[in-house]
Design a protein around this ligand. Sequence first.
Ligand code: HEC
Length: 165
Amino acid sequence: MRFLAAACAVILAGCATPSGEHAAHVHQPAKASADHAAHAATADPRVWVRFPDVMRAHTLTNMRDHLLALAEIQDQLARGAFDKASEIAEQRLGMSSLGLHGAHDVAKFMPPGMQAAGTAMHRSASQFALVAKDASVTGDLKGSLAALARVSQTCVACHAAYRIR
Ligand code: HEC
């Protein structure tokens, strides 16, 4: 991310350089953004993390269940079944899921930033579970959706930073 930002800064500085000809000025930003798009498509800033094969397969299986859990939570919210949504979040993604996922075994292969991203996900899911539980009394769908968005954001943050092999 920092690298991309730096690359953009260089491109922008290039655009700001006086070039005399008006047409060139008009043309350059378009070229810069095309270059930037091509660059963004090829450069992958994610950090490689080495996992033993079995752990990698196990982790990816968990990940697919994370996505399934999000889908089930959204479905339950749409039905107004806040209690169910809360339970799925806590058991499959929240702090209660740590044992289920063998999180302790996997965590030791993760760099500290990745561990923190994992913890952030479990915490946010448990927070969502509390909000959704309250919503079963108050009917606060908006608050529940906002809390669920914060869970999704923790998925996105880790995916943006790390990949495993
Ligand atoms: C601590 C980091 C981390 C968190 C948090 C995280 N993931 Fe992942 N996830 C990964 C990594 C690493 C991969 C593999 C990416 C790669 O190697 O290209 C992955 C892959 C996946 C995959 C692809 C699985 C496959 O079979 O290839 C899915 C789906 C997924 N994650 C869903 C989720 C969802 C949904 C959440 C949030 C509820 C989530 N993940 C949270 C790290 C994380």
